[in-house]
Design a protein around this ligand. Structure first.
Ligand SMILES: NC(=O)c1ccc[n+]([C@@H]2O[C@H](COP(=O)([O-])OP(=O)(O)OC[C@H]3O[C@@H](n4cnc5c(N)ncnc54)[C@H](OP(=O)(O)O)[C@@H]3O)[C@@H](O)[C@H]2O)c1
Length: 285
């Protein structure tokens, strides 16, 4: 299967979660190859800023704002882009995140919104984009997952379920459609520094990035590598990521022990407490 021709001139990529964090770097790396990149996220103002910056470097980019937790949003987004650009060759399901609150302290509706953003929306986008890709006999879907479930990162129950779900989803998708010209890859990210939710957490806790964090640019490079080399799974973290992931599966108690040793559990408790205090004082003000 030839996937190397999915990024150049005449090709269109859709990158979700491209208004801030790691997404703009992924969009920049993809656009560097000459194709058209459509950026999406909820904030039209942030998307405008990012596309203006990228266009100033010569990139061929546009944006459409959409809230992917809304019913029908994924289908409407894909239809709009197909009408405008004639088809989507690469879909990067990057939008995601976690409210970082205790599972029981959130309502079930709040928990289900996390599932909607991190699992249901990527499924719906993939479902909507597949008929066009199959019709043209070419396409690639990149799903951004996380080590959260493997490492039992504190207070990420629903996020971890969604991100582990993305791994199973991608494996089956890839196996089912590869022979028909459509591939799928999953990127499993450890903690990322320089941009995104991991860096924001560090800033909030007044901490410096550790050597266990990979730079945000390496995620963008891994997306392109997954497409051009047609990789099934890429673990993005310093050191032997795939080996560590296998060890965490083999020894399920290892993740929580590492979190405790690295102080992740205490740091997360402090962040949650600080947020709750801020919410309480805002409500009583
Ligand atoms: N950063 C890390 O350490 C890390 C580690 C492991 C995995 N990841 C994964 O990497 C991906 C990118 O993370 P990030 O750190 O860059 O996150 P981020 O900085 O929080 O950015 C999240 C992106 O998703 C968009 N988004 C959020 N809710 C949305 C909604 N309802 N509809 C549409 N778009 C929505 C946001 O845009 P708007 O606010 O404009 O909607 C934003 O562009 C995520 O899938 C995340 O789970 C990150």
């Amino acid at each position: 299967m030839n996937t190397s021709g999915l990024l150049g001139k005449g090709r269109t990529a859709l990158i979700t979660g491209a208004s801030r964090g790691i997404g703009p770097l992924i969009a920049r790396e993809i656009a560097r190859h000459g194709g058209h990149a459509v950026l999406t996220g909820r904030s039209a103002a942030d998307l405008k800023t990012v596309t203006t910056e990228l266009a100033a470097t010569g990139a061929d980019v546009s944006f459409i704002a959409a809230d992917l937790t809304q019913p029908g949003a994924a289908q409407a987004l894909i239809q709009d882009i197909e009408r405008e650009h004639g088809g989507i060759d690469l879909l990067v399901n990057n939008a995601g995140g976690d409210p970082l609150r205790e599972f029981h302290a959130m309502t079930i509706e709040e928990n289900l919104r996390t599932l909607q953003l991190n699992l249901i929306a990527p499924l719906a986008l993939s479902h909507a984009v597949l008929p066009g890709m199959l019709g043209r006999g070419r396409g690639h879907i990149i799903n951004i997952s996380a080590m959260a479930g493997r490492v039992s990162f504190p207070y990420t129950e629903v996020y971890a379920a969604a991100k582990d779900g993305m791994i199973g989803f991608t494996r089956v998708l890839r196996a089912d459609y590869h022979a028909r010209g459509v591939s799928a890859s999953v990127l499993i990210l450890g903690a990322i520094r320089g941009a995104g939710q991991g860096q924001r957490m560090l800033d909030e806790a007044g901490m410096k990035a550790s050597g266990f964090m990979a730079p945000a640019e390496s995620v963008a490079r891994a997306v392109v590598k997954a497409v051009t080399k047609d990789k099934a799974e890429v673990v993005v973290m310093p050191g032997p990521g795939r080996l560590l992931r296998a060890l965490l599966d083999y020894f399920p108690a290892l993740g929580p022990a590492l979190n405790r040793a690295a102080g992740a559990t205490t740091t997360m408790q402090k962040i949650i407490q600080r947020r709750e205090t801020r919410t309480d004082s805002a409500q009583t003000a």
